[in-house]
Design a protein around this ligand. Structure first.
Ligand code: FES
Length: 134
């Protein structure tokens, strides 16, 4: 899959991409998040400090998408998420506003987890922890 391309609509426990498609501090993968109520919203997943995190692709300043090119969410050093429109800066680990016009408002997170080489949307089922030791 093209990293920047929007994948198919993804609801809880649907696969977003392969784990190896997300390099640490590199390009993210866009997807369409389908909530439990059926609402569809643009979202993305990145890997930072080894951990995958996903957010709605919507700036907290003005509700526009963050990436200036599809899948490019992190700054040149791969340290912070940056909005391409006016430069709001967000912490990758929790989406907290770290500077710019977001003024303390953070990104809305989307639950995601890794399992057997893939990244999935939704909360990690508790049973997965047991299966990982098989
Ligand atoms: S729309 Fe993102 S910083 Fe203004």
């Amino acid at each position: 899959m093209n990293k920047g391309a929007v994948s198919q609509a993804v609801g809880a426990h649907h696969r977003i991409c392969r784990s190896d498609e997300l390099s640490d501090g590199g390009t993210g993968v866009r997807f369409e998040w389908v909530s439990d109520t059926g609402e569809r919203q643009s979202a993305f997943v990145i890997r930072h400090a080894g951990v995958v995190t996903a957010y709605l692709n919507q700036c907290a300043h003005v509700p526009v998408e963050l990436d200036w090119q599809p899948g490019v969410f992190l700054d040149d050093e791969g340290k912070f998420l940056v909005c391409a429109t006016h430069g709001a800066v967000y912490r990758p680990s929790d989406g907290r506003c770290m500077g710019g016009p977001c003024r303390g408002r953070g990104l809305k997170s989307v639950p995601c987890y890794e399992f057997k080489g893939s990244v999935y949307a939704g909360l990690e089922p508790a049973a997965r922890h047991l299966n990982q030791h098989e």
